[in-house]
Ligand binder design. Structure first.
Ligand SMILES: Nc1nc(=O)c2c([nH]1)NC[C@@H]1CN(c3ccc(C(=O)N[C@@H](CCC(=O)O)C(=O)O)cc3)CN21
Ligand SMILES: O=c1ccn([C@H]2C[C@H](O)[C@@H](COP(=O)(O)O)O2)c(=O)[nH]1
Length: 276
């Protein structure tokens, strides 16, 4: 049984049974028809995924790993904030007429900062430190730049990665301020697990643990029946992740560098509506 399913189902069970509804509060997100999108939530979930044991991907519904990796590389490798650089339409609702989502995500990754070693952006600083300063306790990225928030279409949700090298193992903590459990929990976990695998491979390290810290873990009102359907399912074993072993430069990975072996999943008939 996939560990990612077990964790997701336990989180959802907890949110539905012990969570707090915001039905009586004014909320920002809307459904496509303009109705306020309310949620039930738990605060402060911490989930640990041991990437040495298995790849954390859900099997209780089909997960689109290549699309999730495409979005990850859009942010971390292309450092783009334009949805025209994405083949899926997942960000279209937040883009302006030029396709831009403002100074969010990839834009922040591409900003260069001055260091004694020269000018580097956040991704290049991580790659440099993993290679040259593996004992450093300062290897982290942060997209939550208060100075630019007013120019972001959506404030970053998965906003920080802290990397830590222990022996020959690369561990990481993903900090997330807000998590739409049904749409994006499995999506964010599998894409950041792939990132840890990619960074480990190009740095001569082994991927270790991914710790996911979620401040506001919520289920939207219209997702509750779908989550209840998923809670009744029996997960399959996790598939194996195959990352193209020939890639030694982070900038050479593509969504096709990632393959799943023996991915079995349950079909989900309904399309998941996303609150905007
Ligand atoms: N309310 C909300 N939830 C989110 O998860 C979310 C936002 N807003 N806004 C920004 C991004 C966009 N995200 C998204 C949006 C849509 C899918 C989605 O439709 N996923 C489908 C299939 C994708 C595909 O066809 O490749 C899925 O079944 O996982 C995933 C992430 C995550 N983020
Ligand atoms: O990677 C992502 C991006 C977004 N989300 C979700 C979390 C929330 O449901 C919305 C953002 O709304 P806020 O009011 O700004 O919190 O998008 C996600 O889960 N993962």
């Amino acid at each position: 049984m996939s560990k990612a399913d077990q964790i997701f189902l336990a989180n959802c069970q907890e949110i539905l049974s012990r969570g707090t509804w915001d039905t009586h509060l004014p909320v920002r997100p809307r459904w496509e028809d303009g109705t306020p999108a309310h949620t039930v939530k738990c605060f402060g979930l911490v989930n640990r995924y041991d990437l040495r044991e298995e790849f954390p991907i859900q099997t209780i519904r089909r997960m689109y790993l290549k699309s999730a990796v495409e979005e990850l590389l859009w942010i971390w490798q292309k450092k783009s904030n334009n949805v025209r650089a994405l083949s899926t339409g997942i960000w279209d609702a937040w883009a302006d007429e030029t396709g831009s989502i403002g100074k969010a995500y990839g834009y922040q990754m591409g900003v260069k900062h001055r260091y004694p070693e020269g000018e580097m952006d956040q991704v290049d600083r991580v790659l440099y430190d993993l290679k040259h300063n593996p004992s450093s306790r300062r290897i982290l990225t942060n997209l939550y730049n208060h100075h630019d928030l007013s120019e972001m279409a959506l404030y970053p949700c998965a906003y920080s990665m802290t990397f830590n090298v222990t022996g020959n193992t690369l561990n990481a903590i993903l900090h997330q301020r807000s998590q739409d459990m049904l749409t994006a929990n499995g999506w964010n976990v599998m894409q950041y697990a792939v990132l840890v695998h990619m960074l480990a491979q190009v740095s001569g390290l082994e991927a270790g643990e991914l710790v996911h810290v979620i401040a506001d873990a919520h289920i939207y009102d219209r997702h509750v029946p779908l989550v209840e359907e998923l809670l009744g399912r029996t997960p399959y074993p996790a598939p194996r992740l195959r990352l193209d072993p020939a890639v030694t430069d982070f900038y050479a990975f593509t969504p096709d560098s990632v393959q799943l072996e023996n991915y079995r999943y349950h079909p989900l008939k309904e399309k998941i509506p996303v609150a905007i």
